[in-house]
Design a protein around this ligand. Structure first.
Ligand SMILES: Cc1cc2nc3c(=O)[nH]c(=O)nc-3n(C[C@H](O)[C@H](O)[C@H](O)COP(=O)(O)OP(=O)(O)OC[C@H]3O[C@@H](n4cnc5c(N)ncnc54)[C@H](O)[C@@H]3O)c2cc1C
Length: 389
């Protein structure tokens, strides 16, 4: 259960009620599907989890643009199941560009059913030659009458092969760099869109490659104007990065609980290992870092919900700190569990494999640091120039 008390200063009454609803729903949904084994099972489970969470209304805060409720949802879901969290997160990534820049039909035909769990979305930016450097993408979209023709290769795409539609980013003006990138809504059954195969992760998470081979996309499926795609992608990530931090908090909370339960129950040298000060040092640090992470996450979401147009710095801080802290907390939990912590069927082992990717996707920790420092340095330079007259 999410510790809403610690972050109560950032929440409204409605959020406490929402957290209780989500917990009840997660208990029901995950009682049906605990978590997956093989990649094929993960893909099947992901589709099923999509519908189950949708039927319980869990994607509602994405549509309502209530970022604190989004964070609470991911925190609670991730604490119970990293795969269910990935499914939830991907609905956010697939739908948010449509909410931010889509037109009426795009929202009603695609976003609305996706928010009910009836359609699965995907978000395709990354390419073999363009990871952190998004503007280096080589996918192209050429206007041809009332269509665009897309050619390119995307990889590390979550939900590839199982989504119903993808929000795809391609350049309509290669000479313009990031200003030439445009976003498109591409239905999965579009001619020329090929699922090129799964990329199997160490933790259950449907990931894969897409190829666009003269894939025709009607102009009506362009999201926003030509050249606005980079802005749409960055605004989407701004909103979703705090939720990645929230997922990290959920995983950290689960790991800490497992570690504490084990430390109290496990005896060595004639006493519970929880009584050893070296173990207590770990538990104390884990608890402190988990709370610090949650404060950064909910502070970022609070600013957004309060009307801030962009929360780029706050979101970067929340994502970077929370995901790094969660990695260290989960690692300490494995250590406290001893050999049990690396058994493949133990929840902490699953967390260990799952938490790692959070430091990479939606912008690596290093990129978050560059975002934070880049703004600080620009502000400092401006202030210095103003002072010099
Ligand atoms: C589980 C998972 C799910 C994903 N889902 C999606 C998805 O749905 N859609 C999608 O489009 N993408 C997705 N991605 C891709 C993800 O966004 C990229 O992996 C990420 O942006 C990093 O790109 P890269 O892997 O090419 O690493 P690179 O960009 O090659 O980075 C490698 C290393 O170099 C560092 N580095 C790069 N540039 C700099 C710099 N300027 N300064 C300092 N260090 C630097 C990075 O921090 C990193 O440590 C997913 C990835 C994973 C792991």
């Amino acid at each position: 259960m999410a510790d809403t008390h610690t972050v109560r200063a950032f929440l409204d009454d409605s959020h406490h009620a929402w957290a209780a609803d989500v917990q009840a729903s997660v208990d029901r949904v995950l009682a049906v599907r605990p978590h997956a084994g093989t990649d094929d099972e993960a893909r099947a489970d992901a589709r099923e989890l999509l519908g189950l969470m949708g039927a319980d209304g869990l994607y509602r805060p994405i549509g309502e643009r209530d970022l604190r409720a989004c964070c609470l949802t991911r925190e609670i879901v991730a604490e119970a199941s990293p795969l269910a969290d990935a499914v939830w997160a991907l609905q956010g990534l697939g739908v948010t560009p449509l909410l931010l820049a889509g037109d009426g039909p795009q929202r009603s035909h695609w976003a609305t059913p996706a928010l009910k769990g009836e359609l699965m979305g995907g978000f395709a930016v990354t390419e073999p030659g363009a990871g952190s450097d998004v503007a280096a993408m080589s996918s192209r979209a050429r206007r041809d009458g009332s269509d665009y023709v897309l050619d390119g290769h995307k990889w590390y795409i979550s939900n590839a092969g199982i989504a119903d539609f993808y929000v795809v980013f391609a350049s309509t003006d290669p000479d313009a760099g990031s200003r030439g990138i445009t976003a498109f809504l591409v239905p999965a059954d579009s001619e020329g869109l090929v699922f090129a195969g799964a990329q199997v992760m160490s933790a259950p998470h449907p990931l894969g490659e897409l190829r666009f081979e003269a894939c025709r996309v009607p102009v009506a499926h362009r999201i926003g104007g030509e050249g606005q795609g980079f802005k749409v992608a960055m605004a989407t990530l701004d909103q979703l990065r705090p939720t990645v931090g929230a997922a990290a908090c959920g995983m950290a909370t689960r790991a800490l609980r497992e570690a504490l339960d084990h430390a109290v129950g496990r005896e060595q040298f004639g006493q519970p290992i929880a009584d050893f000060q070296l173990v207590q040092e770990k538990l104390g640090r884990m608890a402190m870092e988990a709370i610090a992470a949650r404060l950064l996450v909910y502070r970022a979401a609070y600013e957004k919900d309060g009307g801030a147009e962009r929360i780029t710095t706050e979101a970067a801080m929340a994502k970077a700190y929370a995901t790094e802290a969660a990695q260290s907390i989960v690692d300490d939990a494995v250590q406290i569990l001893g050999g049990r912590g690396v058994m493949a069927d133990h929840p902490v082992d699953l967390l260990y494999r799952s938490v790692r990717a959070l430091r990479i996707y939606e912008g690596t920790t290093e990129i978050q640091h560059l975002i934070i420092a880049g703004r600080m340095v620009a502000d400092a330079k401006r202030a210095s120039e103003e002072a010099d007259g």
